[in-house]
Design a protein around this ligand. Sequence first.
Ligand code: M6R
Length: 616
Amino acid sequence: MCGIIGYIGEEEAAPILLDGLSKLEYRGYDSAGVAVYSKDQGLNVVKAKGRLEVLSRLVDGGKSVHGTVGLGHTRWATHGQPSDINSHPHVSHSGKIAVVHNGIIENYVKLKQFLISKGVAFVSETDTEVVAQMLEYYYEGDILASVAKVLARIEGSYAFGIICSDCPNQLIAARKDSPLILGFGKDCNFLASDVTAILKHTRDVCYLADGDIAVLKQDQVTIYNVDLEPIEKPHSHVDWEISAAEKGGYEHFMFKEIMEQPKAVRDTVSPRIRDGKVVLDSVNLTADYVQNLKRLYIVACGSSYHVGIVAKYTIERLVRLPVEVALASEFRYCNPLVDENTLVVVVSQSGETADTRDAMREAKRLGARTLAVVNVVGSTIAKEADDVIYTWAGPEIAVATTKAYSAQLAVMDLLTLYLGDLKGTLPAPEYDAILGGLQKLPEQIEEILSRKEDIQYYASLYFNNQSVFFIGRNLDYAIGLEGSLKLKEISYVHSEAYAAGELKHGTISLIENGTLVVALATYGTLFDKLMSNVVEVKTRGASVLALTTDSRRVQLEKETANIRPVDHIISIPDAHEILLPSLAVVPLQLFSYYVALLRGCDIDKPRNLAKSVTVE
Ligand code: M6R
């Protein structure tokens, strides 16, 4: 949550900062601000509640703020509601030091009381202002020394950008448990929460680690450890195209990313299949290790957690290994039954989700081996896990995940095959059938995307519904969880995903005339049982939109001609059962997208949310 950027160079900083912030807005978008230094104006801080465009208007696109060094911030409020005052940058009481921050200072109350007792007056409700004020409290002419003292006193997570008007030829960056990268340009240098913010200017970056402090000058960057000893860090080259993080003519990132799913799945799967086998170069599990495993945990949040639920069904079925799926925020505090015979798989698009990261650390502490499925290269989770499998989905900007989710599902399928092979539980014909099916997924997803107008039509029928239920059994239930989350997060329609057989134990009382029930009926083995549940809701007045496979559609259409158990049918191409979730999710994403569009929602930046959840 929150995006930060810093620039030091020869060009006017403000337009560069604003442009960078526009790429970071997915991290938080309730207010934004910049601090730019110039000899004439000193440290000029402009900040405003609202989207970046409000700030941009205030500073005339950056033209009214001069100076070649500065910091920018886009906020997702934690301490203090969105307001001009609570926006970053925060400045010390003399106005000499400005700070932008992503993270949470957990002991800020204690530190604030301490500073107040020393006569320091505060203007905002934020934890970050405490840092700005402390920097000045400890400042004796050497800002780096003051930073080191403050870092030693604060607890919590942070990525900081700091500027001091006494030494305006430098910016300071520091990180702990919040992402921060440095970018090395020609006659300029950058700090940023994410490479997308600086990709226009450089592809030469360095990922800071916890405890690193960096001093950026126009022509030089020095990185220090916590003891202020200079250290060397490797540079990385970012090789994806800038266009990958731009809308490219689409109205929304979410729609673009939905349409990019065939590529995301293909890029994730193809390089990992060689000579008819799954090859996971970055994973070093032995057959012995897998055969001795007692349990596998999948730990994640949100949509990544839903991937875990799908994978539980497939791994238990094909690898015959007990799988626990845990919400990362719960796993950390439930004294989990984890030891050296447990493999803990953590799934995270961003690789920075605080709960998932800390759950992984807890699993390691308990002796488990950890394997991360991550999209963002160089992210904390990717770096700290014992093994990593990257989802090659490319940058995902929309807050609602789509292509990263699909790539995660594909990785879990690869992992299932890999584990099944090592454990010897997968007969060759089934292994080959799934592998072949996985390779066909991209073209089948394309086929579904080509039918998008049908889904748009159904969205136009139901976009005004106040409540929607997604029901399914087994893998269909798992995919319903994701369909339901997509709908509520971007369209603000209340929805629930229910295991179809469980409805009659209470929730069916919510079904009334016109309630929309999306019946997920792709899973052949349980098709008839699911249809019985459909009849139950239909009898109580529900409108039923069924999602099934092309071949079952034919069967359903015959039945609906006489008894109409469903009102409408969406279908997906036939595939191996365990791969159906990868297809079924696509119409559900499109349905949510079109509903949100018709309801006039801010699709890429839904209210109250942020893409990367770096606070607990
Ligand atoms: O980056 P992560 O995969 O760890 O994020 C976890 C969730 O915050 C995320 O999946 C969230 O639920 C989605 N943005 C919803 O679309």
